[in-house]
Design a protein around this ligand. Sequence first.
Ligand SMILES: N[C@@H](CCC(=O)N[C@@H](CS)C(=O)NCC(=O)O)C(=O)O
Length: 204
Amino acid sequence: MDDLTLHEDPRSGNCYKIKLTAALLGLPLAIRQYDILKGETRTPEFLDGINANGRIPVLQIGEKFLPESNAACWYLADGSALIPRDRFEQADMLRWMFFEQYSHEPNIATMRFWLYFIGEANLSPQQKAQMMAKRIAGCEALALMDAHLAGNDWFVGKAASLADIALFAYTHVAEQGGFGLGDYPAVRRWLERVSALPKFVAMD
Ligand SMILES: N[C@@H](CCC(=O)N[C@@H](CS)C(=O)NCC(=O)O)C(=O)O
């Protein structure tokens, strides 16, 4: 495999997904850090050379750049046990990864960013107006996960897959976004299972 470099901000759960995938697979990953709060992913150099979308994470593979956390996890895990071989299970894994990007991360990660890193007092009126809807939608996502995990150890099949990594990243720090996990016992047990995986690494 070509040399791998992760362009990241260590506070980002989206970046952590890639570091966790690489660690579980024993893949070496060089790190280049940016401070998103200082706009370091919005410079002309970053936009021209690394990601025109102005966001991390970006996985650099040799001379190529791959933004989007779940795409980068797929690149690393292709051919490994973290992607099921069964055709339905593979599509079902993608189902949970799309769920993560549409129903989970925009609510739970955004609330964490606003409350834990920016601070409620510093939010704009537009951000404050969105908080209630994001809180409700985030709780709905956690409830759906809890119902699934009440009868399943993993999101797909009988083993950990990229779906578990994608959903673990922001669920395990959901309390920083004001989402207590007390009402989601199956989610809490699953968090422990993921943390116990061989070669697991914690978020910085
Ligand atoms: N869908 C993207 C989301 C990437 C994203 O939202 N990145 C945030 C940090 S987690 C960022 O770079 N924000 C800085 C900015 O928008 O300026 C992914 O999964 O990688």
